[in-house]
Write a protein that binds this ligand. Sequence first.
Ligand SMILES: C[S@@+](CC[C@H](N)C(=O)[O-])C[C@H]1O[C@@H](n2cnc3c(N)ncnc32)[C@H](O)[C@@H]1O
Length: 169
Amino acid sequence: MEFVSIPFPELGFSVPYVPTPRHVAKAMLELAKVGPEDVVYDLGSGDGRIPIIAVEEFGAKKAVGIEIRSDLVQIAKEEVKKKGLEGRVEIIKGDVLEIPVSEATVVTMFLLPDLMEMLRPKLERELKEGVRVVSHEYPMAHWKPVKVVRLEDEHMYHTLFLYVKGRSW
Ligand SMILES: C[S@@+](CC[C@H](N)C(=O)[O-])C[C@H]1O[C@@H](n2cnc3c(N)ncnc32)[C@H](O)[C@@H]1O
């Protein structure tokens, strides 16, 4: 019998849902120095925790999460509504390879290297000079990190890579 792998993007199967622990999410936003002038995009936003923390705890002007899985989009939207953040946190159901990100001043991601490599030309095309990009766990091939941070908690290590357009690529 032959087994074939059938791509099924609705399930986001190529990048499983593994939420970033909240303290690591905060460290990502700190590394990017998120503040009131920022528009934060989380690519593959899961339950929406990074956009929510960006607005609620870092005072970002706006945050957007892009997520392919409908169940996670629904969870994130409910949380945004519950917190009364609808005006400032937007959750978009869609593919990160298709949704425009040009308004971002900060981009965060926790994706696998194959998807990151597919995303790279889009980010290089769309992001403005000075935009900060923070990747959790995996480096972006061909970009030079401005800073690499290693966090350790009782369970595991987390590596964060900071890139800045104009300095890293
Ligand atoms: C490792 S999880 C990270 C979730 C969240 N960013 C966090 O740090 O807690 C990766 C997320 O990316 C989503 N994803 C995978 N491929 C995607 C794609 N092409 N477009 C949008 N979301 C995608 C998955 O469904 C999953 O929720």
